[in-house]
Design a protein. Sequence first.
Length: 69
Amino acid sequence: MIQSFSRFLDRASEFLAARKGLLPILGILLILLNFIIRLAVPGWFQQSDFFLHLGLILAILGFLLAQAL
């Protein structure tokens, strides 16, 4: 179990090291998607700003990982 998780982390770090801007770009796209949903779709999902929060977390994580890798 621990060895498979370690292998997953190794593969993920190698993948993200070659693509340092991937997570921030995905985060920005999620923020833009939230803006479009906010304009177009009424309801509870619009009010929750789910993609805004997810995009911010993903973008910040991406910037931190890009500095570390």
